[in-house]
Write a protein that binds this ligand. Structure first.
Ligand code: AMP
Ligand code: MG
Length: 703
């Protein structure tokens, strides 16, 4: 999809700011067919709504496609819509705001509305900050909220550093009021241009006008650099953002940004355009590195539940590999970096779906039919060049282009022929046994979205569509380092019973390879800080991410965490997980290091649960969810509350999940015995034979 006109609006909840251009009013910038117009000052929300309606009318009349970006959240954290409009429907919530905040509502109205919403929730409710003189029941002046059950942030805000939670209704930088008045205004725009407006990412973008959420802070440094000496910041913001979106469209990154959105965002929360897309709006293809503090956990966090840790990890990461163009034939396992667009329709021309006889359907009727056969035949790759006269039929084979005069085919098995005439029973419907040109994919359609990992069937599709080359992410290089004085590498002989073979390294290297990455063997280091640092340095040169195993806790012999703490930036995540201990996350000379536990059972579980989605993000293929199946248990267990547990498991002959006879974390044989993991929830669980449990096959993890 291509937009002719790109407009970015900096919204404001404030009342009329007067005729002279001022900050904190509403500002808009228009880019049409690559040309930028000076930013427009809109003194009030009424003025802005009028201007937007006029703009939409003009664009529709001219037959142009319009992308309209707004700098406020389009949705609330998951569950909010359900509490207010009794449905997981963000656009129903927009309509609710439009009814609650009519065009003539004063800015102060938003505080009363927040109070009304708070009353729908337990405790104080999620909203806070009263910007008015008078006290408002249900709206606290300070943040004394508790027990309202809503997440503080949307998923996208986990990675939008510095984004304000929607619940804060006032104070410098707050967006609570903007969001309410903004959603109300957009609901009115949608109602006015019914069927012509699609809201991203909730609706497919198949209407002429797309409404999209943007966030200027994503480009704060570009905006600061581009702001003119006397230019108002809001004006510079919309100007730079509109230009960035236009550049992203020109370079093919806009489609990616529009399609690469997590499910939670699509169903309810909304997403920020360009978030997690390091190339968005920038001409350079060098992806930025991760920030040194990206893995930092907030102060005072003790044990983190698995889901919270995963959410945080997802927010901290973005693709870090550049891109390259390669032949489609060599692209299996690679990650598409730009949507693949059909160069040709499939099928390119109407053809026959069966072996039989073709004719003009209009020259047949009901009951017995006899038709003379024309000389010649039509076969796949051997088209019939003449015209089949009305009333005559031609021998036609599967895949043959329909000759002129043919629009229906009767199946050979339903006919009788003497070579001169063909007979069959009518009626035959128009188009019977034929394939229309482009019925599968039309030329110019996006065939596969970016971020997709290409599998053999995808190569068939792309090849059929004439896509001979694809833009893919460079292969993620995964360094693997084992640590421990007790280890000897396979091949060498243990000199005593204190030595054990390094089992983790071959496992992790082959995992990386299975996942389509380039494994980089960093060998094994003794428990010596100098050696470990040297190996990590090698990793920083030769890999994009390093997996270590062993020495990642906080004990005397945990040298990996010590080295990372003293010379890198270490965050030790204490995850409520069995098996597993703290996961050490760090940046070493700019590259991420995942410190896995040494115990092979825990190392595998952590690699599957955390390493796999993290590396998938880094490689450009988005967060990899694992598909589980609920099956009856074949075992009994009394699980205590407070942590997630993964058990080595396999499906028995009756289709039930059986678990390995020992939960001992040193029992490597169980890893090999298993065909997957049983995942037991964080809460307590009494499991008896027949209890439904979640089974995650190794295959769901790509093994
Ligand atoms: P650590 O995390 O270093 O305390 O190691 C925990 C346990 O895992 C110890 O029993 C180690 O001997 C064992 N271990 C550590 N690394 C490996 C490895 N690469 N292969 C097999 N066992 C290991
Ligand atoms: Mg060790």
């Amino acid at each position: 999809m291509t937009f002719d006109t790109i407009v970015v609006v900096d919204w404001s909840a404030a009342d009329d700011r007067g005729p002279t251009p001022k900050k904190d009013a509403i500002w808009a910038a228009v880019q049409r067919n690559g040309a930028a117009a000076p930013p427009v000052y809109l003194r009030s929300r009424t003025a802005a709504e009028d201007w937007l309606a006029g703009l939409c009318e003009a664009e529709l009349a001219a037959g142009r496609r319009l992308l309209l970006g707004f700098d406020f959240p389009f949705g609330y954290p998951a569950g909010f819509a359900e509490s207010v409009v009794k449905a997981t429907d963000p656009l129903a919530l927009w309509d609710w705001f439009a009814a609650a905040l009519p065009l003539e509502a004063k800015a102060a109205e938003r505080f009363h509305l927040a109070a009304r919403l708070n009353a729908l929730f337990p405790g104080v409710g999620p909203f806070w900050f009263n910007g008015l003189q008078d006290d408002i029941p249900h709206l606290p002046r300070t943040d004394i909220r508790e027990g309202h059950g809503m997440a503080e942030r949307r998923l996208c805000e986990e990675s939008a550093a510095g984004a304000f939670p929607l619940w804060q209704m006032g104070g410098a930088g707050a967006v609570g009021g903007q969001a309410m008045t903004g959603m109300a205004a957009l609901a009115r725009l949608r109602a006015r241009f019914q069927g012509q407006v699609a809201v991203w990412p909730f609706e497919p973008l198949d209407a002429p006008i797309a409404l999209v959420e943007v966030w200027p802070s994503l480009f704060a440094s570009d905006i600061a650099a581009a702001q003119g000496p006397d230019e108002i910041k809001d004006a510079a913001q919309v100007r730079v953002l509109a230009a960035h979106i236009a550049t992203a469209q020109r370079d093919g990154h806009l489609d990616c940004a529009l399609s690469d959105v997590p499910v939670e965002a699509k169903t309810e929360e909304g997403w920020i355009l360009g978030l997690g897309q390091p190339d968005f709006g920038l001409s350079s293809l060098t992806p930025p590195r991760l920030k040194d503090d990206c893995f930092a956990m907030p102060q005072g966090v003790d044990w983190v539940p698995v889901d919270a840790a995963l959410k945080r990890l997802r927010g901290a990461l973005h693709p870090i590999t550049g891109t390259e163009r390669i032949a489609t034939a060599n692209a299996a396992g690679r990650v598409l970096a730009a949507a693949a667009v059909a160069q040709r329709a499939n099928p390119p021309a109407a053809n026959s779906a069966v072996d039989g006889y073709g004719f003009a359907h209009g020259s047949t009727g009901a009951g017995p039919q006899r038709m003379p056969l024309v000389q010649g035949r039509a076969a796949a790759g051997q088209p019939f060049m003449g015209t089949v006269p009305s009333g005559a039929a031609i021998r036609i084979l599967t895949g043959a282009i329909l000759p002129k005069g043919v629009d229906a085919v009767v199946l050979e098995e339903d006919t009788a022929t003497d070579g001169i005439e063909v007979a069959f029973d009518g009626p035959i419907r128009a188009g019977a046994n034929t394939r229309r040109a482009g019925e599968d994919v039309a030329k110019g359609d996006p065939a596969i979205a970016c971020g997709h990992v290409l599998r053999p069937p995808d190569l068939a599709l792309l090849t059929a569509l004439g896509v001979a080359e694809v833009e893919v992410h460079r292969r993620l290089r995964v360094g693997v380092l084992s640590t421990g004085d007790e280890l000897v590498s396979g091949g060498a002989s243990p000199t005593g019973p204190h030595q054990i073979y390094d089992a983790n390294r071959p496992m992790l290297l082959s995992l990386a390879e299975r996942w389509g990455y380039r494994p980089v063997d960093l060998g094994h280091a003794p428990d010596d800080p100098v050696e470990i640092a040297a190996r990590l340095d090698k990793g920083a040169h030769e890999a994009d991410v390093v997996l270590t195993s062993g020495g990642a806790s906080a004990g005397d012999e945990d040298h990996v965490s010590r080295v990372l703490r003293e010379q890198g930036s270490l965050s030790s995540w204490r995850i409520a997980l069995k098996p597993g201990r703290p996961l050490a996350l760090a940046l070493w000379r700019g590259i991420p290091v995942l410190g896995l536990p040494g115990n092979p059972v825990a190392a595998l579980v952590c690699a599957l649960v955390f390493g796999r989605p993290a590396m998938s993000m880094l490689a450009g293929s988005g967060w990899a969810e694992v598909q589980g199946f609920t099956v009856p248990a074949a075992f009994s267990k009394s699980k205590k509350p407070g942590r997630r547990e993964y058990l080595r498991a396999r499906i028995d002959a009756e289709g039930r999940a059986d678990v390995f006879r020992s939960e001992g974390s040193g029992r490597i044989s169980g890893l090999s015995w298993a065909t997957g993991l049983v995942e037991l929830p964080d809460a307590a669980a009494e499991i008896a034979p027949g209890t439904p449990v979640r089974f995650l096959p190794y295959a769901s993890f790509g093994l």
